[in-house]
Design a protein around this ligand. Structure first.
Ligand SMILES: Cc1ncc(COP(=O)(O)O)c(C=O)c1O
Length: 384
């Protein structure tokens, strides 16, 4: 006999995503609109940057905070695009935003601390908060408000134990983009209660129409913890490269934790990342345009399907679609759509209870696949 595993990961809750994934894996020719992984292969020149660096011997550990060239590229990009001044004491290279979130949570959370998460939310937040003994406190955002936070409810969720609020704009899964006033109000709530703010900015270029991406760190640099990623900006998910940008004490503490996590990020990925960031204009607009076109196409055509209610995406690479008029709940609907039409989407409740009645459609396939999906929605015969 050996002692039991940590209670934390012996969670008997059904994993909705895993269940649907299992069914999909047994099927052929599925139009997979479930994952937030752009279908585009990383640009050849970015791949070459990693490959060339490896052939030249960049196959070793880098400095623990990251390769100085990569860190400078992050700072320069941040200055060029957002006109914000940070220095090398404010930045760490990470294996994607996931790693940045994890080590930054570890830097600020003591057991019992509460972290406010706006629902529907990117599912990893809960695990990351709980991994350090923190308590996630969920505040629902609602479709009738375009999934914008209700600031009175947000304020009411803050207690003496609250340590941080997580903000993800553009948002996965809802596509909501928070405007200057909303962000300013969030900052006021955070300042009044001495809180940190996580600004998860992985979708920053994906804002459409009149919406604008506003970096939270421009409003509250003293308390904002930016988790950034090259995954979606450059279609580099498999490289696992991102960054943490924050006040120095957080960077230092996260660095100490990371000594026991990954020590350094992946060297070739940092080389690829340096190249990508230094040539951002060569890559990003193409992806931005592709996602804008795809989301427009989906929103326009799905809006005509009688049992769907669709708002054009304000941002992100997802469409969050109301299926309540189908007479099915979101899990049953996703299951039915998969079995009847071979189209895989994610039920909204996978992102928290506030997602009930919605499905998330990732525009991470090319137009011919999206066209197939639209036909599937148009021709789906709902059970009577
Ligand atoms: C909101 C959000 N944050 C963070 C991540 C993690 O991205 P990565 O670890 O690939 O940088 C994702 C990935 O889907 C995401 O949607």
């Amino acid at each position: 006999m050996v002692k039991p595993l940590s209670k934390l990961f012996q969670n008997p809750e059904t994993n909705i995503l895993a269940e649907i994934g299992k069914t999909a894996a047994l099927m052929h020719g599925v139009v997979d609109l479930s994952i937030g992984d752009p279908d585009q292969t990383t640009a050849r020149s970015i791949i070459d940057a990693a490959y060339t660096a490896m052939k030249q011997g960049y196959t070793h550990y880098t400095a623990s905070a990251g390769d100085p060239d990569y860190l400078q590229a992050v700072l320069k990009f941040h200055k060029d695009y957002f006109n914000l001044d940070y220095d090398l004491t404010n930045v760490r290279a990470t294996a994607g935003a996931s790693h940045a979130l994890f080590i930054a949570m570890g830097a600020i959370i003591d057991p019992g601390d509460e972290v406010v998460i706006l629902e529907p939310y990117f599912t990893s937040y809960k695990v990351e908060v709980e991994a350090f003994g923190g308590k996630p406190v969920f505040v629902q955002t609602k479709p009738e408000n375009g999934f914008q936070p209700n600031l009175t409810e947000l304020k009411a969720a803050v207690t003496a134990k609250t340590k941080a609020i997580i903000v993800n704009s553009p948002c996965n899964p809802t596509g909501a983009v928070f405007n200057q006033q909303t962000l300013t109000d969030i900052v006021t709530i955070a300042r009044d209660a001495d809180l940190y703010i996580f600004a998860d900015e992985v979708y920053w270029p994906y804002v459409f129409g009149d919406n604008k991406f506003i970096p939270l760190e421009s409003l509250a640099p003293e308390r904002t913890i930016v988790t950034g990623s090259l995954s979606k900006v450059f279609a580099m998910t498999g490289f696992r490269i991102g960054y943490l940008l924050a006040p120095k004490p957080i960077i230092d503490a996260a660095g100490l934790l990371n000594e026991g996590v990954s020590y350094t990020p992946v060297a070739p990925s940092q080389h690829a990342g340096t190249f990508a960031l230094n040539h951002l204009q060569e890559f990003m607009p193409t992806l931005q345009k592709a996602f804008a076109t795809r989301l427009n196409y989906l929103a326009e055509n799905l809006a005509k399907v009688p049992y769907l209610k669709v708002q054009p995406a304000a941002g992100s690479i997802y469409l969050f679609v109301d299926i309540r008029q189908s007479g099915l709940d979101d899990v049953a609907f996703s299951d039915y759509l998969l079995k009847e039409k071979n189209v895989l989407v994610i039920p909204g409740r996978a992102f928290g209870a506030a997602g009930n009645g919605f499905i998330r459609i990732a525009a991470t396939q090319d137009m011919p696949e999206l066209k197939k999906a639209v036909v599937a929605f148009q021709t789906l015969k709902l059970p009577q």
